[in-house]
Ligand binder design. Sequence first.
Ligand SMILES: [Zn+2]
Length: 424
Amino acid sequence: MLGGRSHALVRLHNRGIVLQAILQHGRLSRRDLCGLSSLSPAPVTNIVRELIDSSLLYEIGTRDSATLGKVGRRQVLLELNPMGAYVVAVHLGVQRQVVALADLRANVFARWSQSLASGTSRQAAAQEACEAARRLVQERGPVGSRCVGIGVGVVGAVDPDSGVSEPDPQLGGESIPIGHMFEQALGLPTFVENNVRAMALGETWFGHGRNIDNLLLVYVSSVVGCGIVTDRRLYRGNHYGAGKLGHVIVEESGPRCSCGNRGCLEAIAALPAISAAGREASVQHEETLLHQLAPAGVDFISYSTVFEAAALGDRTAIRIVDRVADRLALAIWNLSRVLDPDLVVLALSSFADRDRGLIMSKIEEIITTGFLGNAAERPVIVETAIGDDIGLVGAATLALERFFRAPCLVPETALKQPSAALVP
Ligand SMILES: [Zn+2]
């Protein structure tokens, strides 16, 4: 027989099932919830009542009688109240950090951001982000709504169990107890994860992954990485190192990578690598348009100069773009053969719309025509449904996932008294 604690856990679990069903399917009746959850009517009624009392659900009219049988009773529809609770989402990047507040659908409704000069102490930057989070909650937290947690997406190696951002061979720095810092500053449960893995979770809950179980998110920006979701859970690997797609070797004698190896995907497809390839090619090819598009000198050739020249038909630039698409397609193909995901989502952050479209179409063409095998097994590739906020949505999802899996209705600990150092 179940003891009191087990009963409480079962109740928490069932409450999560009901809330997740409404998040996923939209407006549902109590009868729909019974059908979707396999819960009997009595517990569903009780759970719905307490969720309404907690302002997490509200009743929104009845289902059109035309859709019911003649003997059917009117079904009251239930909807999620997105502002019934909210989370703090934190993106700690190399050049920029952003802190935001997001509702239960991961919509950002308040934000603060800061550019980071090179050489900035990561610990000092994280402390500033803590203070910004405190101020946002105090000044922009909706009246009558509860903050239920903090999600932090961090570039580089992270131990999600301890919430510690580890020293990174490429980023440098020291171990930073990020989870502890935010919990101390705000008195709220904090969940820390590698930023690209967090993005994959965000896409699973709030993007293309809503109705699938297995998803692969490939992120290309100033770095290249991926997040692997299996059975709607993040795969982290034995040393929390899963997802280093940028350091998969795609050219045996390719350019030297920051990790020390040669021919890593990141050394070819990341934005700084594209800029470097443009500069190198311009030295070798006097006729390239890259010179005209960067009249101030070779040092001013950026990745966008390369894409602009390619769009104008410059053969040197087209070769660079083709190589980027080809190596990305190769890596995606190989990874898809291993993991067999339902969907591959590409997040080409920092690329202009035109350049993103060009890379997407080239990758799709290569995957479709470049590799033999069963067509049905080819990976389905789409662009992220979330857009430029995917880092924040990913961070928000770290906290939202915990809440939706086990929604605690007890108000979270109120903000601790601000220390003198943290008073705005
Ligand atoms: Zn590498």
